[in-house]
Design a protein around this ligand. Sequence first.
Ligand code: ADP
Ligand code: ADP
Length: 233
Amino acid sequence: PIIIETRDISRMYRMGNETIHALRSVTITINKGEYVAFMGPSGSGKSTLMNIIGCLDTPSGGQYILNGKDVSNMTDNELAEVRNKEIGFVFQTFNLLPRSSALENVALPLVYAGYKKSVREEKALQVLASVGLGDRAKHKPNELSGGQRQRVAIARALINDPSIILADEPTGNLDTKTSYEIMELFENLHAKGNTIIMVTHEEDIAKYAHRIVRLRDGLVESDIVNTEVTTHS
Ligand code: ADP
Ligand code: ADP
């Protein structure tokens, strides 16, 4: 089944009298369970497209259908609701709360979802264990390595059981070995049926994805099945 469908979406930014076409016309269909990498030079529109797919922004033109729902013209509040339900975000800079423990960081989205504390902690611990950090629940971000911090961020992204994991340069701040460990984790999430979309500059990292979409000047330059998927298993 289709989970993401963009139909001829565009995104313009006004800068004084200038109009910047960040996305010109992007039509992409992604099925549930796909693992896709977005590549392209700086300024090609990757972040703009990820923001729209992640319901942080809406297109200037065209349609975006997420899980069967047209979200192109939703209000900010409606968009926030869809986002919280459907999307798990992973960032280059982890974006963890520095004074909170791994467990508290992971449990945070459940506070907004209205679960009571004991349930939040139980679920958070479960997800932390699933990313290999069951023994680090009480550690604060500065007591964890970069790779462990990113695992905490991934656990936080997973806690609401989102339809889609959106990862923006997830290995951008990690050394090579740690990057591959994070990719191994993504490989496992993909094998469990998760839908993953990641932006990366690195060919080695993109090779873990099963499909590679390249953007250029706000257009899809190529969209190919990766026949040489890197795998640890
Ligand atoms: P990428 O992520 O591939 O580097 P972006 O989507 O960030 O590309 O940017 C695409 C184009 O849109 C660039 O020319 C960028 O300068 C412009 N752009 C992005 N965000 C804004 C903004 N908020 N205001 C004005 N221009 C923007
Ligand atoms: P960059 O790729 O430029 O380093 P990030 O990966 O930190 O930026 O963020 C990508 C996009 O997601 C930006 O548009 C940013 O405003 C948005 N964003 C960053 N952090 C959060 C957050 N915690 N919740 C929601 N949106 C965020």
